[in-house]
Design a protein around this ligand. Structure first.
Ligand SMILES: Nc1ncnc2c1ncn2[C@@H]1O[C@H](COP(=O)(O)OP(=O)(O)OP(=O)(O)O)[C@@H](O)[C@H]1O
Ligand SMILES: [Mg+2]
Length: 510
């Protein structure tokens, strides 16, 4: 009996080694091959194959040991030869004496002409209830071999292989899903920042689009200038997503948002231990943007020390992480933006002139919204639709008084202010028309005086009343008696109010 016991111990040791081999790596082919080597080393299974099912009908060799390169190319069909039958039936087959078995195809293992008698055992590899392949091994023929035990042992090995195959397929499917998702997201981003999605072409905007188209395909540094909220960031995106770098990262750093002490580690990264608290290596934004575009927003707020470092990166196209001497080369396109007067900053000594010339290779000036009044309504409609959808409302249009108000306002906060005004209007609007009183108070009084004053209750009500009347007149195409009926008022009262608010009925007759 001691012989039997040492045999069992050996098998347990093998199982442990096999489980290590299969869990140690994500490369399935490699780990299966390792298992076959273990089977040879420990149990004299000097020739073996792992065959897997492909497209539910073909079998190919995923891993093998002791098989020629040519043999590894062997293919079987389901049900064909011993391996094909094992996979088809899900049952093991034992061929005690290979020389007497005509069913063996000898396609992978060239056994012909061998003097020594061999035994072939083939067991199915199963995932769940489905047979996905087979493990086949050659052993030297021994008259007293306990085939039953050998089959049981190999079935345990095969089930461990099945688990490894399952894990690999899950990972593969997940990877494919992630790749597909990534492509989809890229496409979505590209669409979002395709500059045909930028609304408005009034004032100098047409020139801005032409400049984006001109510069997108190049590697030139671009400086975008314009007041706050004019759409500088949107333009930076448009340049990136219309450039050959579109598939590479777009990385943004807001120079104003980061304190001076952090900006350098953010831009250039650091090595573990570069300073107290640097627990591990951190990649800087320059490295993260490799091959793509780095967008430095509010560049006018960058401190002088960092300006020097940035200048060097632009000139030499290389830098070092903080606490490192290793020089890193980079191929990054730089886009910068600011709403500051850089020339003034240079005169005041807060912005380096040499850096200014490096950044200012190609400049795009974005005109303020008040200089492109014709874009106001296009943008207002665009944001109305956007936020109506986002907040699941049913708002169809903007009332005439509200339009007048939007048009006469000077928009110091530019497109951003307009966007916020429209989102607010959508949120508080209870019907399907945006009225003047849905717009922010800054606009209510601006129409009359152009300045910001507190609104009185009387004024607000008057404005609302005027709004309702104009709206009714619009619906009835300037017909006062119909408008009066719509508002459940008498014609006399309506005429009085029309005069009081100086409403021009003729305007609605067209
Ligand atoms: N032409 C446009 N079409 C559609 N949306 C726009 C347009 N211009 C600006 N916007 C929107 O207005 C908002 C402000 O734009 P953005 O953030 O690009 O301004 P900015 O110039 O970077 O301002 P700041 O200097 O304050 O950072 C964003 O939500 C942007 O999507
Ligand atoms: Mg910005």
């Amino acid at each position: 009996m001691p012989d039997m016991e040492s045999n069992e111990t050996k098998k347990l040791a093998t199982l442990w080694e096999v489980s290590q081999a299969l869990s140690g790596t994500l490369n399935l082919k490699h780990s299966l091959h390792r298992v076959l080597e273990i089977l040879e080393l420990r149990h004299g299974m000097f020739r073996s194959t792992v065959t897997l099912l492909q497209a539910d009908s073909d079998l190919y060799i995923e891993a093998s040991n002791g098989i020629t390169d040519e043999g590894q190319q062997a293919r079987y069909r389901l049900g064909e030869g011993v391996t094909g039958r094992v996979v088809e039936s899900g049952r093991p087959i034992v061929v005690p004496q290979v020389s007497r078995e005509p069913m063996l195809l000898n396609r992978a293992a060239q056994r012909k002409g061998l003097k020594e008698e061999l035994t072939y055992i083939c067991v199915p590899i199963v995932i769940g209830r489905k047979t996905v392949g087979a493990l086949g091994v050659d052993l030297r023929f021994k008259r007293d071999r306990d085939y039953d035990r050998s089959v049981k042992f190999l079935r345990v090995i095969a089930s461990m292989m099945g688990q490894a195959v399952r894990v690999e397929r899950l990972v593969e499917a997940e990877t494919q899903r992630l790749v597909a998702e990534n492509i989809h997201l890229r496409e979505e981003l590209r669409e979002r920042y395709d500059f045909s999605n930028m609304v408005g072409s009034g004032g100098g905007m047409r020139q801005v689009y032409e400049q984006i188209a001109q510069v997108a395909g190049t590697n030139t540094s671009v400086l975008i200038r314009g007041e706050s909220g004019t759409g500088k960031e949107l333009i930076a995106h448009a340049i990136h997503y219309n450039s050959p770098r579109a598939k590479k990262p777009f990385v943004k750093v807001s120079c104003a948002a980061l304190p001076d002490t952090l900006i350098e580690s953010e831009l250039f990264g650091y090595e573990k231990g570069a300073f107290t608290g640097a627990q591990s290596r951190k990649l800087g934004r320059f490295e993260l943007a490799e091959g793509g575009t780095l967008f430095l927003d509010e560049i006018g707020d960058l401190n002088l020390t960092t300006q020097v470092k940035l200048l060097r990166v632009i000139q030499e196209r290389e830098f070092e992480r903080l606490g490192s001497t290793e020089t890193i080369k980079i191929k990054v396109r730089l886009i910068t933006a600011t709403n500051k007067d850089l020339e003034k900053a240079i005169a005041a000594g807060t912005f380096r002139e040499d850096l200014y010339y490096r950044l200012n290779v190609f400049t795009i000036f974005v005109p303020p919204l008040r200089e492109r009044k014709s874009d106001v309504m296009a943008l207002a409609d665009y944001f109305l639709e956007k936020y109506t959808k986002e907040h699941s409302k049913n708002i169809r249009r903007i009332s005439t008084p509200a339009i007048d108000m939007l048009m006469s306002y000077h928009w110091p906060g530019n497109v951003r202010e307009l966007e916020n005004a429209m989102e607010r209007a959508v949120l508080i609007c209870d019907g399907n028309v945006v009225h003047a009183h849905h717009l922010p108070p800054t606009l209510q009084t601006a129409e009359a005086s152009g300045t910001v004053v507190k609104v009185s209750l009387t004024d607000a009500i008057a404005s609302y009343e005027k709004d309702l009347i104009q709206d009714a007149l619009k619906t009835t195409r300037g017909n006062c008696s119909k408008a009066a009926r719509l508002l459940s008022a008498t014609e006399r009262v309506l005429n009085y109010k029309v005069k009081k608010y100086a409403i021009d009925c003729g305007r609605f007759r067209k």
